[in-house]
Design a protein around this ligand. Structure first.
Ligand SMILES: Nc1ncnc2c1ncn2[C@@H]1O[C@H](COP(=O)(O)OP(=O)(O)OP(=O)(O)O)[C@@H](O)[C@H]1O
Length: 445
């Protein structure tokens, strides 16, 4: 794994534990330094034995062992010094004393002041000051998700309930990839569990890159923004806490247009640009006419680990597995079989809008990216597809409706006209309307 940069120090080990197993080791961290860890293929146990330390903004309780799953990459940071104990063999672990954490926490302090200002002047008037709407942008592997987590956890630690918005359909921080989602955060994030799903507002776009259907992606981003806007109007507490929006790492061409679209759609007031000068100056320039938008450049942490295509593919697959089986396979999904006639599967986009003969001469029968078409289960191979269970009551509401969850198609029996799927909860699905995209999964156990 390519580490490096000025912030790399040799591992700082202080005294092996006498009589302990050879896998037990203690690391002493000086103030404002961090222990960067890549977990190996085996889980790792870790605890704080002295001082205070946090993982991406969430403080670790003293003395208590936590188990971190295989391949997780993270840092244990301390503001005032700490001793960490690890039990297990890591892929890598080293300490670093050069981190951008002070600049990150300074951003937090400014956001906090804006929240307090918004809270002090809270009225239900839509013109009154609002909490910050922060959007984090930058190329892939610049540490966007990590910074988002820190800002959210630090805010929650101070009693705010900020809204986290995830626009990155490639990874899926709140729920499975292919979705855009938002959720209020009430407590610092658990370093292993991540973002909670129970109160999330989820839209299923269905693909792991916005390139598959740019119009649909934009439409769903807009839907989500409008719903949050309405919720903020009725909830001064959320409104004062504001939002933190995580974006995808696609920053060129259409990707850049989509960032601008998100900034505008969510009325972002703070744009945090991580690790790229060019993107920073482009955004600064294009947003200079907006006096209420601050564009701030921040350094990427030397600890951010670059992840290749294969890693991302595996990570997506684990996210889906986690949705159905839980983080450590503690859940068991329910297998259900329905007749083809009991469910209605739709897809969005594609297909000609109208036959050429019906269009004015010279115009092209472009496909309609928002068109909702029924899927013939007998004809289209849905085996191994992830389908979203829509809240839409009618097919024409599908694009603008959020979803209650997902099912995974494990068998399609064309002869008996039956479809079998895994669902996270038992009983009938909350809706007959299911939405297919291009997301599939091969269960590996
Ligand atoms: N200081 C650090 N020490 C160790 N690992 C870190 C550190 N900062 C980030 N990481 C890890 O590096 C990886 C990439 O970081 P992150 O997910 O924040 O990047 P990103 O810009 O959001 O990526 P993407 O392009 O997928 O959106 C993650 O696994 C994260 O946990």
């Amino acid at each position: 794994m390519a580490y490096g940069g000025p912030s790399m120090n040799p591992p700082a080990l202080s005294g092996a534990v006498p009589g302990g197993s050879s896998n037990l080791k203690q690391v002493k961290l000086d103030r404002e330094s961090e222990l960067r860890i890549e977990v190996s293929d085996e889980p790792l146990r870790l605890r704080v034995v002295n001082g205070t330390a946090e993982i991406f903004g969430a403080e670790l309780p003293p003395e208590i062992w936590r188990t971190f799953p295989p391949r997780l990459k993270f840092a244990v940071f301390t503001w005032y010094g700490a001793t960490i104990e690890m039990d297990g063999v890591t892929e890598t672990d080293y300490t670093a004393d050069e981190t951008p954490m002070v600049s990150y926490v300074n951003v937090h302090a400014i956001l906090d002041a804006r929240r307090r200002f918004a809270k002090a002047s809270t009225s239900n008037d839509s013109e009154s000051p609002q909490g910050p709407r922060v959007i984090v942008v930058g190329p892939t592997d610049s540490g966007k998700s990590t910074l988002t987590k820190m800002l959210i956890s630090w805010a929650a630690k101070q009693g705010w309930k900020p809204t986290f918005v995830d626009l990155d359909v490639g990874q899926g921080s709140i729920t499975i990839p292919g979705s855009i989602a938002a959720t209020p955060i009430e407590m610092p994030l658990d370093p292993v569990e991540g973002f909670p799903l129970d109160m999330a507002l989820v839209y299923y776009y269905g693909h792991t890159t916005p390139a598959n259907n740019v119009e649909l992606y934009k439409t769903m981003v807009k839907e989500l923004a409008q719903v949050l806007e309405r919720q903020f109007l009725g909830n001064p507490e959320s409104r004062a806490a504001g939002m933190v929006i995580n974006t995808m790492g696609w920053i060129d061409g259409i990707g850049y247009e989509l960032l601008l679209h998100a900034i505008e759609t969510f009325n972002a007031s703070v744009v945090l640009v991580l690790g790229q000068e060019k993107l920073f100056s482009m955004l600064k320039d294009v947003l200079k006419s907006k006096s209420n938008v601050d564009v701030v450049k921040l350094h990427k942490s030397g600890g951010v680990v670059a992840r290749n295509r294969d890693y991302r593919k595996v990570a997506r697959s684990s996210r889906i597995q986690e949705y159905f089986y839980g983080l450590s396979k503690e859940l068991s999904p329910y297998a259900n079989t329905s007749s083809f006639s009991d469910v209605q599967v739709f897809r969005i986009g594609g297909g000609p809008q109208a036959p050429r003969s019906a269009l004015p001469i010279g115009s092209d029968p472009v496909s309609n990216p928002l068109r909702v078409t029924p899927v013939n289960i007998e004809e289209r191979d849905l085996l191994h597809s992830i389908l979203a269970v829509s809240y839409a009551e009618e097919p024409d509401q599908i694009v603008s409706s959020n979803v209650s969850g997902f099912v995974y198609v494990t068998e399609v029996d064309v002869l008996r006209k039956k479809i079998t799927y895994l669902a996270p909860s038992p009983g009938a699905l909350p809706s007959k309307i299911l939405v297919a995209g291009s997301l599939t999964w091969l269960e590996s156990h």
